[in-house]
Ligand binder design. Sequence first.
Ligand code: KIV
Ligand code: NA
Length: 265
Amino acid sequence: PKRVRTRHFHNAKAQGIPITGLTSYDMLTAQIFDQAGIDFLLVGDSAGNNVFGYETTLPVTIDELIPLTRAVARAVTRALVVADMPFGSYESGPDQALSTAVRFMKEAQAHAVKLEGGVRSHKQIKRIVGAGIPVMGHIGFTPQSEHGLGGHMIQGRGEAAEQLLADALAVQEAGAFAVVLEMVPATVAAEVTKALSIPTIGVGAGPSVDGQLLVWTDFAGMTEGRVPRFVRQYADLRGVLTDAVQRFRADVNSGSYPAPEHNYE
Ligand code: KIV
Ligand code: NA
């Protein structure tokens, strides 16, 4: 299959074809999602919660994400692989941001990078794009600043809608090829989408955006406990695996596994 390029994102918006994205942190899920035709895979710093067992994304490091990103990049034949730049790896300024982006491109063979923030990250995005590296923006609820934002909260409500639009325009002006809108009211996301020439990718931003992104462990029912309101769960993988493990354990305990057909003569 022909590889997805940033041009595909531009064309999809122009033609009104929705873009699909999922997070992935390993080779097997990357293969499955790629073969199913998902347009881009985000190696998110949500790996902090879903791979490394942290409570937030804040402790995640570049060194932790690079091997995951490399595995995903090696697995795909079509999907565009976006490496998420972790907290602390770009805030100091454009030089730091570019050297982080270069690491993901060079050491992990990512196809693009993502970083959080609109107006405040404008210089960083511009510098990275200037070096020939595609950037996906991320505004609205930005988990790396959850302490500054005061928790997991919907962003862009009421008067904050203007700031959200300013952030979106800043990301576009800096040269990003797309922008993630996380947890913003559907009406506000629709307005931002109309105002931008680059595609908007919603995660909890309603239907009037140019694409949809979900965290794979949420959408597939791997996560323990509640998932956010905006998630539709397409499978109960946690239930499927729990059942498989329980049957394996019971079979070993009862002596019914291994059976004769499993034995070497
Ligand atoms: O890390 C992540 O999974 C993300 C998406 C939820 C936008 O940044
Ligand atoms: Na992230």
